[in-house]
Write a protein that binds this ligand. Structure first.
Ligand code: SAM
Length: 274
């Protein structure tokens, strides 16, 4: 029987597959932030550490990063991945809950989080304030999340119905108030006293003919995105989704000539005043 650790290992593989699709987008987002060379940053909810090397490159020379995550299995995977690179002296990995981070106030020049702190269940104001508290004066908070997609061209109704399910409505949680949605984060940043609040969405797009590695990752993305929607859509919708999203299906949408699909990530960034 699979253990919770196996599930986390499986999750690391999913994140690594997904990284094939989002790496250029993440590189673009990191460049947009213009992190200062030599700066010290925190990756909150770093998972398998897939952004750490790019972040470290952005703060070279002399930069340092701490990656924290709740999952020891994902941190182990991050250690394995980083051990293949030359950069691990400047990267420290630590198990911690981002709701209770074990760092002094004003420890970091920047705090970055992807698909984690921006829509964490629980007391969102407290989390943003805690993260702002970890920043040095003029330090930068940058929270990013997956924010939209069109992956099923020609089936806007099906895609809308999948998105309208509880599983499909990320980046927010069922039952969240409108103001709790990730896309309302700028309001929360303002309430936490952060200034120079900026927002930017980044695009990843895919055109036929798809390389096999990209095709495989897009199939996995569709599964990650909508497999939890099964009980909330009609059987006809579900069967259509399976026909469009299974590798061996003759109707697999990714194999249509001229396929074009995309997804976006949105970043909200702000500065802590002096
Ligand atoms: C969707 S994954 C994103 C991982 C990574 N940021 C990335 O973009 O590849 C969410 C991560 O948040 C971590 N996480 C969830 N709740 C957490 C918490 N309270 N404290 C620390 N990490 C947490 C999970 O273990 C997981 O690694």
């Amino acid at each position: 029987m699979p253990t919770p650790a196996d599930a986390q290992t499986g999750y690391a593989s999913k994140l690594e597959l997904f990284q094939r699709l989002r790496k250029p987008l993440m590189d673009h987002a990191i460049a947009w932030l213009e992190l200062p060379p030599g700066s010290h940053g925190l990756d909150a909810g770093c998972g398998a550490g897939l952004h750490l090397e790019a972040l470290l490159k952005a703060v070279a020379p002399g930069g340092r990063i701490v990656g924290v995550d709740l999952s020891p299995e994902l941190l182990d995977r991050a250690r394995e991945i980083l051990s293949g690179g030359a950069s691990n002296d400047a990267i420290r990995l630590q198990q911690a809950d981002i709701n209770n981070l074990p760092f002094e106030q004003a420890s970091f020049d920047w705090v970055w989080s992807v698909d984690c702190a921006g829509y964490m269940p629980g007391d969102k104001d407290a989390l943003i304030k805690d993260m702002a508290g970890l920043l040095k004066p003029y330090g930068r908070l940058a929270l990013m999340a997956y924010s939209s997609q069109q992956l099923l061209p020609g089936y806007p109704g099906l895609e809308a119905r999948l998105n309208a399910t509880k599983a499909g409505q990320l980046p927010s949680w069922p039952g969240d108030a409108p103001g709790d949605h990730f896309m309302r984060l700028p309001e929360r940043f303002g309430q936490a006293g952060l200034v120079q609040i900026k927002a930017k969405s980044f695009l990843a797009q895919f055109n036929a003919p798809l390389e096999p590695a990209i095709r495989e990752a897009l199939l996995e993305l569709m599964d990650m995105r909508w497999s939890g929607a099964r009980d909330e859509v009609s059987l006809a919708d579900w069967n259509l989704f399976l026909r469009l999203s299974q590798s061996a299906s003759r109707e697999c949408i990714l194999d249509r000539p001229g396929y074009h699909g995309f997804f976006t990530y949105t970043m909200f960034a702000a500065i802590k005043p002096s």
